[in-house]
Design a binder for this molecule. Sequence first.
Ligand SMILES: Cc1cc2nc3c(=O)[nH]c(=O)nc-3n(C[C@H](O)[C@H](O)[C@H](O)COP(=O)(O)OP(=O)(O)OC[C@H]3O[C@@H](n4cnc5c(N)ncnc54)[C@H](O)[C@@H]3O)c2cc1C
Length: 446
Amino acid sequence: MGNHIVIIGNGITGITSARHVRKNDSEAKITVISAETDHFFSRTALMYIYMGHMRYKDTKPYEDWFWSKNRIDLVNGYVNSVDFDNQTLSLENQTINYDKLVIATGSTPNKFGWKGQDLPGVQGLYSKQDLDILEESTKDKQVKRAVIVGGGLIGVEFAEMLLSRGIEVTFLVRENRFWGGVLPLEEGAMIAEHMKKDHHVDLRLEEELDEVIEGENGRAIAVITKKGERIDCELVGLTAGVRPNIDFLKESNLEIGRGIKVNKFLETNMPNVYAAGDCAEVQETVTGRRPIEAVWYVGRMMGETLGHTLTGNKIAYEPGVWFNSAKFFDVEYQTYGNVLANEQEGEKTFYWKHPTKHISFRAVYDTETKALKGINNFGIRLRHKICDAWIKTNTPIEKVMVELKNANFDPEFYKQYENDIIAQFNKENGTSIKPKKRNLMAIFGK
Ligand SMILES: Cc1cc2nc3c(=O)[nH]c(=O)nc-3n(C[C@H](O)[C@H](O)[C@H](O)COP(=O)(O)OP(=O)(O)OC[C@H]3O[C@@H](n4cnc5c(N)ncnc54)[C@H](O)[C@@H]3O)c2cc1C
C-alpha cells in the first residue's frame, strides 16, 4: 500500500493533521485540498481583519514557505465527490487518488428556507469569501442598517464588526435572552443588557425572521419578522448556527447523520477514511461532551490525534473536560465542564454577579456529592489548568471556594472578587468558608 495522505480542508483540523503527520513521518506524501484560501488562516480572527486590527496576512500562523519546506502539497480546488471504492477524489479539473483520506471540511451557516435567503445582501459570516463579500457590500457607506438573525457567538461578532463601521444593527434573537440555548437566564440577560446599553444594538428578543424582501435593485431591502414587523435594511446577516459542511458527500455510502459519523478513533464506516473537526459526529463520546462540537480547539485536538493514527500509532480521541471561551463585545466569557442553559436534575447552582458591572461567576455542582460539574465566568479570567483539575477530580464545591484564589488568572492585573463571591456563598449556604491565600505550587507547580 502506498502512503499518500489526502486531507480535504485547510482549517485548523486539516492543517493540524498534516503538521502532525509530517512530524511523525518524514516519508508520507501529504496533500491538503481547500476551495477557500491558498493557505491556512485563523478563522477566529476574521472579525479583526474587517475592523482593521489585522491584515489577512497577519492571520496566517505559518509563512507561505512553510508548506513546501515541509513537503505538504497544497491544492486550491473544490472536491465535488469521492469514490470510496476506488479511493479517488474528483475536483473540477483533476482527480486525486488517496491511500488514506481525512475529511475536515468544517461547517457552513444554517439557512432555514426563509424566502429571500439567497438574495444579494443576505449572507453568513464563515469564510474568507464571506468577508470579501461583506467588504464589498459595506464599502462607500452603502449600508446604513443591518439585521442579524440568530443570537450566538458569530452573531455577536458580526454585530461588533458592523457597528465598528457606523452601521446600525438590529438583532433578532428567538429566545428570551441572548444565546438562550447555551447561557443560563442571568448570563443571557446580562449580555443582552451589555449589547443594548453599552453598544446600542437594537436587540429584539423572542423575535424571528420570516422573510427577506427584495428591492428593485435585486438586493435585500428589508426583513419581515415573525411578529409581522418590517425592518428596512441593506444587509441581512444569517448567524442562526452552523451545520457540518458535507452536502457533497450525501450521495455516497459514507455514513452520515448530522455530521460524518466516526468512532472514537475518528474512523468512518469507509476503509482508510477519517473525519475530524466541525464536520465529524463522534458516536462514542464521553459524558458531558456532544457528538458535534464546532470549536477551534476540538479541531486542533482531533487533528493531532489523527496525526498519530495516520502514522501507525492508533490512538483514541479523548476530549476531557469541555472548555470554551469567547468575547461579547467587552465582556470576556469562559466556560468549563457542564453548565447548561437550564438547571438539571441532581444539580445545584451557585451564582454571583457584581452589583453594577458585567462580571459574574457560576458554579454548578452535584446536589449529593457536592462535586463541581461546571463553571461559567464573565469578566473574570480563570486559570484553565485549575478549573479543569477541579472538575476532573470531582472537587467538592466548598473546597473550590477555599481554593478559589488559585484560579484567578492574574491578580496583579485583574481585580479580585473572590472575597465577595465567597461571602455570598457563605450567606446562601450557612457556611463559614475562608479563602486560602494563593498557592503558587498549585498554580505553577507540576
Ligand atoms: C466568525 C467565526 C468566529 C469564530 N470564533 C471562534 C472562537 O472564538 N473560538 C472557537 O473555539 N471557535 C470559533 N469559531 C469556530 C471555529 O472557527 C471552527 O470550529 C473551526 O474553524 C473548525 O475548523 P475545521 O478545520 O474543522 O473547519 P474549517 O475551519 O471550516 O475548515 C474547513 C475547510 O474546508 C474547506 N472545504 C469544505 N468543503 C470542501 C470541499 N468539498 N472541497 C475543498 N475544500 C472544502 C472549507 O472551504 C474550509 O476552508 C469561529 C467561527 C467563525 C466562523
